[in-house]
Design a protein around this ligand. Structure first.
Ligand SMILES: NC(=O)c1ccc[n+]([C@@H]2O[C@H](COP(=O)([O-])OP(=O)(O)OC[C@H]3O[C@@H](n4cnc5c(N)ncnc54)[C@H](OP(=O)(O)O)[C@@H]3O)[C@@H](O)[C@H]2O)c1
Length: 287
């Protein structure tokens, strides 16, 4: 695939960073270079020579989106900006790859299939659902719904390793159930869909493997990193956030069906294998 014709938006985020590694000849912009919430900037941008836009930008501060300013920000980036991108994609015959979330669902109807009706619980989830709806009107789209993303940046694995380094035995929620998604897996899926010219549409993309809670994943991280002296205590989401203000409701069930993606010839990797690789590398880099 000719990566010169790819344009990456949100180039400094977890996924954006991984995309730049995968597509070294791609053009890209961070927020300072192209603020996608600004319609005029998006419209007047020079899109010539581009055939595929990958939008890795988003408002991802789930709790921050529950404040007044956060609500405005989340809707701007996750919905209004997406409409700006859909408009230029339509005008310039571009393929748009856009990333969405399990948070567009309330987590009760599992496994989540691509055509499940929207049922977001939070402002973040509602703003992402609005973005999904906008993307769905563009014929040339790949809308990828993912969960629990781990890459280069602030993420759950790094947070747990940070606690372990301080000798902290954490209490972790055990009633949110899903699978990690490494940015490497998202990139493999994006590359597969684009290069195989799979039918446009919505695809769930997470790593495969057994469902696990955040607490179970933490035990695996500690075991892989050799923190066998530390313990992980289970709690519920309700107990964990009790008494805290401004916490967004979270879906408890994040089991995404991978059948549609796999029917295109994609073989998903297990999250446990990717976690092993990631934790080993992190441990080396941190020591
Ligand atoms: N993280 C997860 O666990 C998770 C789970 C499910 C789905 N997702 C989805 O996966 C995608 C990638 O997530 P991620 O973890 O890679 O996110 P991330 O690390 O938070 O990166 C988001 C990027 O978007 C950029 N951005 C924000 N507002 C922008 C604007 N107005 N114009 C241009 N760029 C803007 C940010 O730039 P700055 O650095 O300048 O702020 C940041 O680099 C998102 O669509 C997210 O909703 C994530």
């Amino acid at each position: 695939m000719d990566d010169h014709k790819i344009f990456i938006i949100g180039a400094n985020g977890q996924l954006g960073t991984a995309l730049r590694d995968k597509y070294p000849h791609a053009q890209y912009a961070d927020q300072k270079e192209l603020d996608i919430t600004n319609r005029e900037s998006v419209e007047s941008f020079d899109w010539s020579g581009i055939d595929t836009v990958i939008n890795a930008a988003a408002w991802t501060n789930v709790d921050g989106a529950e404040t007044h300013d956060g609500r405005v920000g989340a809707w701007k980036v996750n919905a209004t900006a997406v409409a700006n991108l859909v408009q230029v994609a339509q005008k310039n015959n571009l393929t748009l790859v856009h990333i969405s979330s399990d948070y567009v669902f309330d987590g009760t109807n599992e496994p989540h299939k691509e055509d499940e009706p929207y049922s977001p619980l939070s402002v973040y989830g509602a703003s992402k659902a609005a973005g999904d709806i906008v993307v769905s009107i563009l014929p040339t789209h790949y809308l990828l719904r993912t969960t629990w993303v781990i890459g280069e940046g602030k993420n759950f694995v790094r947070t747990m390793l940070g606690l372990a380094e301080k000798g902290i035995s954490p209490t972790v929620v055990a009633d949110q159930i899903g699978r990690l998604t490494f940015t490497s897996e998202l990139i493999r899926a994006i590359d597969h869909l684009l290069s195989s010219q799979a039918p446009y549409g919505t695809y769930n993309v997470t790593n495969d493997g057994p469902l696990a809670s955040w607490a179970e994943i933490t035990r695996q991280i500690f075991s892989l990193a050799g923190y066998n002296n530390l313990t992980v205590t289970d709690t519920t989401t309700a107990e964990y956030f009790a008494g805290k203000e401004g916490i967004a409701p979270r879906p408890l069930g994040s089991d995404m069906s991978l059948a549609k993606l796999q029917s295109t010839g994609f073989t998903s990797r297990s999250w446990a294998d990717d976690l092993k690789q990631y934790t080993t590398k992190e441990k080396e880099e941190r020591s």
